[in-house]
Design a protein around this ligand. Structure first.
Ligand SMILES: NC(=O)c1ccc[n+]([C@@H]2O[C@H](COP(=O)([O-])OP(=O)(O)OC[C@H]3O[C@@H](n4cnc5c(N)ncnc54)[C@H](O)[C@@H]3O)[C@@H](O)[C@H]2O)c1
Length: 406
């Protein structure tokens, strides 16, 4: 066992990261270590400001990380990449090396999704796990989470799904309810890894946050499980960059009764997520969730399209170019064009900490099932037809004000 050097006081909240050495997970972990040491400011963390800071949410010192990962490597090797590309400050990484090593030692072998089976970087323990029955796999994942909670004497663990985008799978009969899903797991019927992770999290008594476009806990059987075990969950697909901008700007056109004829978007990204999106079946998952908000706000008559290309030299920096063709009074046709360049991981990491805190808060209050108040954080929010960012954010503010101490 590695000494717990991360916190000046005993942590009470575990954050279990699926995809624990990925770019977002690494940026999040180093970010929290840096915040604890006073090396960085909490920029971009919405729960640090009013009205959310009145809710008594978990402090950075209260958090300890663990997680599942399928790749070889270490957290510090992920950090080297992020330093090289200007995301993580070099001195922060050096100052937090002890914390990073402690987290690395807590990372357990993850479960492969089908599309990863030929990946040369997969660690041998993950490959060994592949030989088990599906039931034994989910039990192993569940036990890892329970062991983490018990070893650190944690009040609660929140599981955050940050693994690569899976190939899109159409809805299956066996997902319709929990009995059928259990039967499918027992029969070794292929089930997306994200669903098995969500199943394991809920069975371990942990709220589940799905930051990816993967199915996760969104299938009916797992929504049912979350209700039965009375745990909150939220997803899908973090709204960090271009979609955030689109869902903020599109309501303006709608409010002014301007007619948006076409909204054409083009994204270039160069990180591992971008590489996995070079696979057309995975790309479909992402395109579905990126295109939906615009159509929901502007209606189906607007022509919308999102192109995504992998451009390796960009690394974690994503560039989105959008062209909006719209019509005003007298039929005059006009355009808005914008270019957004952002670090995907630096945009995503603070959202994850907000979601962890809100899931923990909801669980502490006995709230369970889908967390509609978190819609503003997602491209495809569960059980929410509203995609207007401002309206979504106002719902979150209203949620917080209702629960803030009077
Ligand atoms: N960065 C953003 O702005 C953003 C926004 C929305 C959604 N997302 C999603 O978040 C996820 C993570 O993004 P990232 O940039 O950190 O990607 P990344 O590729 O850097 O990290 C993913 C990590 O997951 C690991 N992994 C893959 N399959 C796994 C499995 N079955 N079990 C356990 N670990 C597994 C990989 O080895 C890798 O370390 C992606 O699905 C991405 O689509 C990212």
């Amino acid at each position: 066992m590695v000494d717990e050097s991360e916190s000046v006081r005993s942590p009470s909240l575990g954050v279990w990261l699926i995809g624990a050495r990925g770019s977002i997970a690494s940026s999040l972990a180093y970010g929290i270590f840096g915040l604890r040491q006073g090396l960085i400011d909490p920029i971009g963390i919405a729960t640090e400001v009013a009205p959310f800071n009145a809710l008594g949410l978990r402090a950075f010192d209260d958090i300890v990380f663990g997680g599942h990962e399928i790749s070889n490597g270490t957290l510090s090797s992920s950090a080297v990449e992020l330093v090289r590309h200007g995301i993580l400050p070099r001195d922060l990484v050096a100052a937090c090396s002890g914390d990073a090593a402690a987290l690395d030692a807590r990372i357990r072998p993850g479960l492969l999704d089908v599309a990863d089976s030929g990946d040369a970087h997969v660690n041998s323990e993950t490959l060994a796990l592949g030989g088990l029955s599906q039931r034994a796999k989910v039990e192993r994942l569940r036990d890892d989470i329970i062991h983490f909670r018990e070893e650190h004497g944690l009040e609660r663990v929140v599981v955050v799904y940050l693994a690569s985008t899976e190939p899109w799978t159409d809805e299956r009969e066996s997902w319709a309810d929990l009995a059928r899903l259990d039967a499918a797991i027992d029969a070794n019927d292929e089930t997306p890894a994200s669903c098995l992770y969500a199943y394991a999290a809920l069975r371990a008594g942990a709220p589940f946050v799905n930051f990816t476009p993967n199915r996760g806990a969104s299938i009916p059987a797992l929504r049912q499980l979350a209700e039965e075990v009375r745990l909150p969950h939220c997803g899908n697909d973090g709204k960090t960059g271009e979609t955030l901008l689109k869902s903020s700007l599109a309501p303006m056109f709608a409010a002014r009764a301007l007619r948006v004829l076409s909204w054409q978007g083009y994204n270039m990204l160069g990180n591992k997520d971008g590489a996995s999106l070079a696979d057309p079946v995975r790309l479909r998952s992402k395109q579905r969730s990126k295109d939906a908000p615009l159509r929901a706000i502007l209606g189906d008559e607007t022509h919308t399209s999102v192109g995504i290309d992998y451009v390796p030299s960009l690394h974690d920096w994503k560039t989105a170019m959008d062209f909006v063709h719209f019509q005003g009074f007298l039929g005059a046709k006009m355009t808005l064009q914008f270019t957004w360049t952002g670090s995907d991981s630096a945009l995503a990491a603070p959202l994850v900490i907000d979601l962890v805190r809100l899931a923990d808060f909801a669980a502490a209050r006995g709230e369970f099932g889908v967390m509609p108040q978190t819609a503003c954080f997602f491209k495809s929010p569960l059980e929410c037809d509203v995609h207007d960012f401002h309206a979504q954010f106002q719902s979150l503010v209203a949620y917080a004000l209702e629960r803030a101490p009077k």
